[in-house]
Design a protein around this ligand. Structure first.
Ligand code: CTP
Length: 429
């Protein structure tokens, strides 16, 4: 019995390239125990075959007002639903829904329901920013429709900008939220009960009030980890240098910091309460010894900036953590990826290193995608080929859970051994 057991969800899919991501939404909702009735528009059928949703949904896909044995399919679907989720939602769908047009099964179902509705728009930036579209969205939101996304990112045809559909996990999290799907008031998910502390972004070390030493980290991978941990039920604390782009609708604690010293203070304050610490941040290794209190002017000549080391937060955590805490570090490398990552696993005393070759195309800093190698302290090595940062986050958290299980098994074996040692010979009570 999943947390959504007994809940009936109509999943509307319209014609956008993001329709393929609705497949993942469907799978996650069904996995959570919901009864999912997929409804596809004609446009959606150009992007994803109906067989995919037939196979994954809880009942066959419906596409038309006219060809179902039930005489009025939209009222059956609309009245029976606990929730309607539309992903992706095109500009056409938003317009029809706003104005009450109902010339296909999905729009008719939307009119025929009193259930809450979640809409995940997806379109090109120019379309998303059209005043007409913005007005439709504002009106629908005002009527109580829950909008999820869109977010900034890669769009169809190689463009980038606002209009990318929200991540499937965030759409599913919104469904959980709307349906109040928690087990006994506690969050559900495979990380429920764990506190996960994640750092994200690159630190900035001031030289003067205007300039700093920084790096190219955007915080995207750290934020994806924080979001994924959150939707999988963890209590999340996210210490970030990029608070404006941190996930703000998932109930996590976001702590804004700027320098390595501030990040260290925020992490050390929270680390003892965390079951898992993931240091995804790119922390400066050096900072200026002296910070000028006024802008350094160029006619004063080329300045000499003396540097001193910052604290290595991860190595310090590796030295001081409790035996049960799982510590995850990142290794951003340009050469000898595996050797350097293995050396960091050892020298920093961590359980898992997420290594990426930041010189490879589409990998690491500022990109939406990443490709990593995971090395764990039990000699496990696995590769996560080029994919979205959210998928990488999922793989990292899966690896964390594996380590958690291995630890528990070892702990149980040790307790059994200790107990056996304490028992007199022949006593098997
Ligand atoms: N890290 C840290 N504190 C620092 C520097 C790095 O906690 N002062 C953490 C990072 O968050 C990351 C890991 O250590 O999880 C490895 O960071 P990376 O920059 O790849 O390696 P460094 O230890 O800085 O070593 P080098 O720059 O020589 O590769």
């Amino acid at each position: 019995m999943g947390p959504l057991a007994g809940r009936r969800i109509v999943l509307g899919v319209t014609g956008g390239i993001a329709a393929y991501k609705a497949v993942e939404v469907c799978r996650r909702l069904v996995d959570a125990g919901a009864h999912v009735a997929p409804v596809m528009t004609d446009g959606a059928l150009h992007f994803v075959g109906r067989a995919t949703f037939d196979a994954l949904g809880s009942e066959p896909v419906q596409t038309s007002l006219w060809d179902e044995p039930h005489p009025i399919p939209h009222t059956r679907l609309g009245q029976g639903a606990d929730l309607v989720v539309v992903c992706p939602a095109t500009a056409r769908l938003l317009s029809d829904y706003r104005t009450g047009r109902s010339d296909d099964l999905l729009t008719a179902t939307l009119l025929a329901t009193r259930a809450p509705v979640i809409v995940a728009p997806a379109m090109h930036t120019e379309m998303w920013e059209q005043p007409s579209v913005a007005e439709n969205v504002a009106v629908l939101a005002d009527r109580g429709v829950r909008m999820v996304g869109p977010v900034d990112g890669r769009l169809a045809g190689g463009d980038a900008g606002a209009g990318r559909m929200a991540d499937p996990a965030d759409i599913v999290a919104a469904a959980f939220d709307v349906l109040g799907a928690t087990a006994g008031g506690e969050p559900s998910g495979d990380l429920a009960g764990l506190t996960v502390l994640v750092t994200a972004g690159g630190t900035r070390e001031p030289i003067c009030p205007v300039r700093f030493l920084g790096n190219r980290s955007s915080g995207k991978q750290g934020h994806a980890l924080a979001a994924e941990a959150s939707v999988r039920g963890a209590r999340v604390q996210c210490v970030t240098t990029q608070p404006a782009s941190a996930p703000d609708d998932l109930g996590m604690e976001v702590v804004a910091v700027d320098t390595a010293a501030e990040m260290a203070a925020a992490v050390f304050e929270r680390a003892s309460g965390a079951d898992v610490v993931v240091m995804a941040a790119a922390v400066a290794d050096f900072r200026p010894v002296d910070v000028a209190d006024r802008k350094i002017k160029k006619d004063g000549g080329v300045p000499e900036i003396r540097l001193e080391p910052t604290v290595d937060i991860l190595a310090e955590l590796g030295r001081t953590r409790s035996g049960r805490q799982i510590l995850v570090g990142f290794a951003a490398e340009t050469d000898d990826l595996r050797q350097n990552a293995a050396a960091k696993l050892e020298s920093k005393g961590v359980d898992l290193i997420v290594a990426n070759d930041v010189s490879a195309p589409e990998v690491g800093f500022e990109h939406e995608t990443n490709a990593v190698v995971l090395l764990d302290a039990f000699n496990g090595v696995s590769e996560v080929p080029l994919c979205g940062k959210r998928e990488v986050a999922g793989a990292v958290l899966d690896a964390v859970l594996d380590i958690h299980r291995i630890r528990d098994d070892k702990m149980n074996d040790k307790m059994d051994d200790d107990r056996a040692d304490r028992l007199p010979n022949g006593d098997d009570t």
